[in-house]
Design a protein around this ligand. Structure first.
Ligand code: TRP
Length: 460
């Protein structure tokens, strides 16, 4: 057992867990969803959902991990043999998410280098932000080289082990990410017209309470929260399995969402004022980072330096998240197949690279390939992986987790683990009540809406 590794300090654990949580989801999805779904009102709903669902599930996952000291498949099996399949959902989801995440991580590395070269006049050339982006992502070979680079980085962090790799790298990268974010915020809010962007993200719009969109806003907050907190597929089970017995799970379950939300809101403050200052489209999705921000950086003094710093931040966010996704699958091979860390990581990384090839080609050679979602909408290969991994498997996995905890092993099993080593579980009664009655329903709602099985407009 001892060769599994352990986090050496609670600070190290927090950095690694926040590293897993803070990722591309915080940087491009949150700022836009905040603005589009009611600004400050959405933020309130998001925070309420953390109390009703996020906090509850983080405690459950961390406790299951620490109690069983196993990967998600082993952990579910140890709780109840019949439910090992729920762990498998997590493994498959991790493969899919890591495959497309690596492609996006690769794009970020390319942009980091391009901004650096642009300082010397050799980066973007005369191309517009959009032309450069489209040329790059539709190339059959180049993006894959950067995808391989991204996978190489997380591979080397992973094989260095839990303490020397995952924990140490997060302890360096997360504070740096925070620092760079503060600098980018200062630049952004001092641009002309910055107030428009601040208004877009924060102006409280409670009209959804009366216009029948309440359910949709809740569903948007919930699905964003699942992805952002790395919930529902065993990432927190895996990190929990490396947690010391004396660590306070309840406190950690507050700190992780707190930092994750703080950084998401800070990302919104960093990005949106710049977008508005230049009259650009706030709803551009992933293109927001690559295309829209290019226009911003191209027009401000020292823009290339800010651009390079910003993409370094994106890389840090993506790498610490990628490492946690890799760890979910690696820990499975290490525990169950007794493979070495190096062999496990090699298998996972090469498989993800192979799975990433169609994702990358989906923007060029394979751009006409469209795959179906359950709601009948056809999407490109990246969105399909995202759909199956994030929306189907993760939310279903989280629902099964709720059922197992609430009705199979019973909440008291988790309570005992949280109270191990004399820790006091302050919100015990609240947690047990939510776990049994409220959280499972909200998770089911997330599954039904995120997969498109249930269309809110029809029922409201
Ligand atoms: N939370 C990360 C983000 O916001 C993505 C992520 C990392 C993730 N590990 C995960 C999502 C595990 C689900 C499960 O970008």
């Amino acid at each position: 057992m001892d060769n599994r590794g352990k986090f050496t300090s609670n600070f190290g654990f927090i950095m690694a867990a926040v590293g897993s949580a803070v990722g591309l989801g915080n940087l491009w999805a949150f700022p836009y969803k905040l603005g589009a779904n009611g600004g400050f009102a959405f933020l309130l709903i998001y925070i309420i959902m953390i109390f009703l669902v996020g906090f509850i599930l983080i405690i459950a996952e961390l406790a299951i991990g620490r109690k069983t000291k196993l990967n998600p498949v082993g952990a579910f099996r140890a709780l109840n043999k019949k439910f090992a399949f729920a762990g498998w959902f997590g493994i498959v989801a991790a493969f899919l998410i890591l495959s497309f995440y690596s492609v996006l991580g690769g794009w970020s590395i390319k942009y980091f280098f391009t901004y650096i070269m642009d300082i010397f006049g050799k980066g973007f050339g005369d191309l517009s932000g959009e032309a450069f982006f489209n040329n790059f992502i539709s190339d059959p070979v180049q993006p894959l080289i950067f995808t391989a680079m991204f996978i190489g980085i997380i591979f080397f962090i992973s094989i260095a082990g839990v303490e020397k790799g995952i924990e140490k790298s997060a302890k360096i990268m997360m504070p740096m990410l925070f620092f760079i974010l503060v600098i980018v915020i200062i630049r952004s809010v001092t641009l002309p017209n910055a107030m428009e962007g601040i208004k877009f993200i924060f102006k409280p719009d409670f009209s959804f309470l009366s216009n029948g969109k309440f359910g949709e806003v809740i569903a948007a907050a919930l699905s964003q929260m699942f992805f952002s907190l790395s919930l529902g597929m065993g990432a927190m089970i895996t990190y929990g399995s490396y947690l010391k017995k004396d660590a306070n799970i309840e406190k950690n379950a507050i700190l992780i969402p707190l930092f994750d939300t703080l950084i998401a809101v800070m990302a919104a403050i960093a990005i949106m004022p710049a977008v508005f200052s230049f009259n650009l489209d706030p709803a551009a999705g992933p293109g927001l980072l690559f295309v829209v921000l290019r226009e911003v950086f191209a027009s401000i003094p020292f823009g290339d330096i800010f651009g390079a710093a910003f993409f370094l931040l994106v890389i840090f966010a993506a790498v610490t998240s990628g490492v946690s996704l890799l760890e979910v699958v690696s820990s499975y091979f290490i525990d169950e197949k007794k493979f070495s860390r190096k062999k496990s990581a090699s298998i996972v990384c090469s498989t993800c690279f192979a799975l990433g090839i169609p994702v990358s080609l989906g923007f060029g050679l394979l751009k006409d390939v469209k795959l179906p979602q359950l709601n009948g909408v056809f999407v490109n290969i990246l969105d399909f992986y995202d759909y199956v991994g994030e929306y189907v498997l993760m939310t279903l996995g989280a629902f099964i987790l709720c059922i197992v905890v609430a009705y199979v092993i019973k909440p008291k099993t988790i309570v005992m683990e949280v109270e191990a080593n004399g820790n006091v579980f302050k919100s015990k009664k609240y947690w047990c009540f939510m776990m049994k009655f409220i959280t499972p329903l909200l998770v089911l709602l997330t599954f039904l809406t995120a997969t498109g099985i249930l269309n809110f407009q029809l029922i409201l």
